[in-house]
Design a protein around this ligand. Structure first.
Ligand code: NAP
Ligand code: GDP
Length: 318
């Protein structure tokens, strides 16, 4: 057998999947890696038979598992049960089928909203199970936490290297710009462009004071390549810029206004939920491995994302 890695990326038609594709394009395909990017069109991973048929066809040695029901605060608020059930099913199918097909390494993707709500800051990887997640996204969070439980179980019982990463709030090209379902930055970008076109005020949902750490999907893509090749701990790895890069939603909206060229009124709709106030994480563990990794400056990444939206407004998810 050749030493070639056969890498299956589930959920690769979305935001993070496109970040990984962009990272591979940037550095060039390696001869010892064969990539397979799939979406729900290739297999419904909620369905066991469909999942097994996909693995039978691709026969992956490595899996980057991104597929999930994903959404921002408002989609989570309405669908906590769906988030728990769908993601639990998808994750169990992908991990158990990976075990059955003797996959050498699986990297799944958790989120910083999976950490406890009542906590000390900055949050680190050891604190994942130390208390209930925020009420607004408990379904998604408990489903994601169970990946870490399964990874530990597969390692202890079967010696598997199934691991996970925990990025902060991701944004970039190919995000979900649906106002109800999507995350904060695509929502703000869409409304800033609409306000510029219509001459209506640019509305920030909530008070604008909650704080977030953001990661550009292209940076996350580069980090995923490193994790796939080099990270060999079962326990999760937080992928984040430094904690002092955290900004308020209001500050993010100001940078978006600047990138879009919107100069009108910015107002808050405080009838909308603020959700979790903050979930500040530490990147100390990541920096021990990658002391020199350079993140794209936030302002530049926002500008690139706004430019991408402007060029693709007729075909984006919304
Ligand atoms: P996304 O843009 O919504 O993409 C979701 C992907 O999952 C799509 O490729 C979708 O396929 C696929 N999918 C959904 N249900 C499926 C099913 N039943 N069978 C097969 N594929 C299915 O999401 P994303 O933002 O890239 O998120 C990717 C991963 O990163 C997720 O695990 C998410 O939890 C995690 N994450 C995201 C963020 C964030 O801020 N976005 C932060 C931390 C972690 P179709 O396109 O065919 O529907
Ligand atoms: P979270 O980070 O998991 O809470 O999810 P989001 O990415 O949806 O961010 C939610 C935060 O952004 C809350 O404080 C919202 O009040 C605020 N926000 C402001 N405008 C928007 C918007 O257009 N969409 C979303 N999803 N949130 C917004």
């Amino acid at each position: 057998m050749s030493g070639k890695k056969i890498i299956l990326v589930t959920g690769s038609s979305g935001l993070v999947g496109h970040g990984i594709r962009a990272a591979i394009e940037q550095e060039g395909q390696r001869e010892d890696e064969e990539w397979h990017f799939v979406s729900s069109k290739d297999a419904d991973l909620q369905d066991r038979a469909s999942t097994e048929a996909l693995f039978e066809k691709i026969k992956p040695t490595h899996v980057i598992h991104l597929a999930a029901l994903v959404g921002g605060l408002f989609r989570n608020l309405d669908h906590n049960l769906d988030f728990f059930r769908i993601n639990t099913q998808i994750n169990d199918n992908v991990l158990s089928t990976s075990h059955r097909y003797d996959v050498k390494k699986v990297i799944s993707c958790l989120s910083t909203c999976n950490f406890p709500n009542e906590t000390k800051y900055p949050i680190n990887e050891t604190m994942l199970h130390c208390g209930p997640p925020h009420e607004t996204n408990f379904g998604y969070s408990y489903a994601k936490r169970m990946i870490d439980v399964q990874n530990k179980g597969y390692h202890m019982q079967h010696g598997r290297m199934f691991t996970s990463v925990i990025p902060t709030s991701v944004f970039g090209p190919h995000d979900n710009f649906n106002l109800h379902d999507g995350h904060v930055l695509p929502g703000l970008i869409r409304r800033a462009f609409d306000s510029k076109a219509d001459g209506t005020p640019f509305v920030i949902w909530g008070t604008g004071s909650p704080r977030r750490q953001f990661i550009y999907s292209l940076d996350l893509g580069r980090l995923f390549l490193w994790v796939m090749r080099e990270y060999n701990e079962v326990t999760p790895l937080i992928l984040s810029a430094e904690a002092d890069h955290e900004i308020s939603i209001k500050e993010a909206a100001e940078l978006i206004s600047e990138a879009v060229g919107y100069h009108g009124a910015v107002i808050q709709d405080t009838s909308k939920s603020d959700g979790q106030f903050k979930k500040t994480v530490s990147n100390d563990k990541m920096r021990k491995y990658l002391p020199d990794f350079k993140f794209t400056p936030f302002k530049q990444a926002i500008k690139e994302t706004c430019d991408w939206y402007a060029a693709n407004a007729d075909k984006v998810r919304k």
